[in-house]
Write a protein that binds this ligand. Sequence first.
Ligand code: GTP
Length: 470
Amino acid sequence: MVMKTIMSEQRGFTASSADAEYLLTHPVPSRSVIPLILSLFGVSLVSIIGLVMLTLVSMEGLTEDNFKQRVKTAFNIEMIRQQGILQEYSYWDEAHQKLIVEPDEDWAKDNLGAYLQETYGIDLVWAFTSDMQPVMTLTDGEQVMISASELQLSDLQTLVQAAVDSDMPHIVSGYREFFGTPYLVSIGMFLDEDEMQKRSDGTFLLFAYRLDDHKIQRVRDEYLLPGLRFSTVNNGEQSDSAKVSLYNSQGVSLANLNWDTVSPSDKYFVRLLLPVVLIFIVMALLTWRLLVGEYANRQLYSSHLIDMATKDFLTNISNRREFYLRANHEISRSHREQTSLALLMMDLDHFKKINDSLGHSAGDDVLAEFARLVQENIREFDIFGRVGGEEFAVLLVAADLAKAEEIGERIRRVIGEYAFPSLSGSPLQCTVSVGVAVWDGEEALDRLMVRSDEALYTAKDNGRNRVSVA
Ligand SMILES: Nc1nc2c(ncn2[C@@H]2O[C@H](COP(=O)(O)OP(=O)(O)OP(=O)(O)O)[C@@H](O)[C@H]2O)c(=O)[nH]1
């Protein structure tokens, strides 16, 4: 409501009352809020980067665990596959006949040998008796002779016993070392095809494949385990860097499996970081622009409002209210400091005629021009205001009667001699009457105004265009 009043009094200012209303309900933000908001952006950015890092690092752990699980699963499947092949042969009466009862080298080579090696990667086939005497031995598809003592070199005995003790089909698997090389081994008892039980002779069949680079490459490709590497362990110790180790039945590590997992933090961090940082920078810049722009608008608007409240829109000098405020302040100060003051009250002569003959707007121009001329002829610290329609007042600071008369006379002369520009073409002549009153050192502003007003009327009564003293 206050704003609306000011707006209607101070015509000419372009802001609407809705704008003023908005300003009142949205106070100008303090500039210190801007760095605060930007710091919040910074903190959020750091938190998001931290969160992304944390997510990626935990993903890294998951990826590592996941890969390890897949490697173990792959080797378990390999074992089961080997057991499946072994089972087919251990149940096959003809195989028992040709490998144990009447060993037939040609049959063995045709039905096991190269065929098993090429199709299933089986490098080693042994058929042996319950007292671990080898009957038929095929290595790399070829029949070779191998002694019982060589067979006993490994901890094969445990595996043999486990096969005997296990349930049907009496097949077990494990990792064993033969001739200094780790192998994936499956041992099964020969079973009777018709009776579906252990044969009375307690004979065994062993299938194994060598864990070499070639095998690991196959596992790598088949089970989609990129980067899987293999190394044998000579001293039986698990290597520090090994991610999965293959142990024999005594818990001795025979081989180490390693791989290079792609680290999500390495792979995605930079890719994620860049857009996140960019988005934050853009957001921070936009916020900065909005806040700074808004702040500047509010400042501008505030200064406009102050102008509207204190200045006369036509002449740009103090309005009545502001004149009273400043003049009262000056009287208090003069009272304290015991200095002199004088008041000039001025009124343009026959101003109505200008309005009537040339129009209100021409009258406005004369008023504005009059104010400018007066302003030029008083001192900077004098208080000048429009106190009525065509009535003006100047409070002369530290001025005695002589000084006040001198200034009043100067104004009267300047106005009288001035050719006011006019739209009609020919310049206008105006005169002004001035009433002077010197402050008595005690009186209030109203009283001083009344006395100078009376002096002004005396000037008017005495023929205008003159300076009268109260
Ligand atoms: N153009 C214009 N005229 C105004 C404004 N304020 C007051 N007036 C006019 O000023 C005139 C004052 O007339 P009067 O009070 O009769 O005084 P005067 O014609 O100046 O005659 P004296 O003062 O007796 O010399 C009136 O016509 C008012 O309308 C204003 O802001 N603009």
